[in-house]
Design a protein around this ligand. Sequence first.
Ligand SMILES: *[C@@H]1O[C@H](CO)[C@@H](O)[C@H](O)[C@H]1NC(C)=O
Length: 199
Amino acid sequence: MSSKHFLTLFFFLLLSCNTLTSTSSSENEETFDFVRPIDRKLLGLNKKEKLSHFRFYWHDILSGNNPTTITIVQPPLKLHSTGLNAFGLVRMIDNPLTLGPELSSKLVGRAQGFYASASQEEIGFLMTVNFAFIEGKYNGSTITILGRNPALNKVREMPVVGGSGLFRFARGYAQATTHWVDLKSGDACIEYNLHVFHY
Ligand SMILES: *[C@@H]1O[C@H](CO)[C@@H](O)[C@H](O)[C@H]1NC(C)=O
C-alpha cells in the first residue's frame, strides 16, 4: 500500500470513528444535528390530545388610579381616521381574567399583550395577547391568541396560535362577546370562550 493510500484509509477510519461517536451520543449533548426526528413519547405526546373549553371574563380597566389598559400610541393622524375607529391606536394591557363577570370574582389569570386599531373602515383591533393563567394546575401555563377583533360585532373569533406549559402544541379558537362596555371611560367586561386542543 502506498503511503498516499494509507493516509486516505487513515482519514476514512478517523471520520467513521467520529460519526460513530456522534450518533451514539445522548440527546442531551450538543453534538446532534441541527434538526432530527424524535419519538413523540419523549415529549409525552403519545397521550391522547384533549379538547377543553375555557370560559372567563376579561376586564379592560382604563379609568381610575390603577388602569390595566393604557394607551401607548395615540392615533398619529386624523387622516384615514373617522375618529371612531382611531386607526393607529395602540394599547398595552395587563387585564385581570376572572371566573365570573364581577371583577371581585375569582382571579384565574391575566391577559397580557397589546391591541392596535388596524381598520380604517370600522373599529377593528389586531389582538396580540398571552393568557397567563394562575388557576390550579394551569398556574404558569399560557395560551396565546393572535387575531382580528371587530369590537362592535356580537361575537369576535380569534385563533389560538399556541401555548406553553400544559398548552404546548395548543391550537384552537377564542370567541369574545361584550358583557358590558362604558363608552365614556372605555372600561369593558368581555366574556371569552376558548376551545383548545392540547395534551
Ligand atoms: C403560581 O405559581 C407561583 C410560582 O410558582 C406561585 O408563587 C403562586 O403562589 C402560584 N399561584 C397560585 C394561585 O397557585
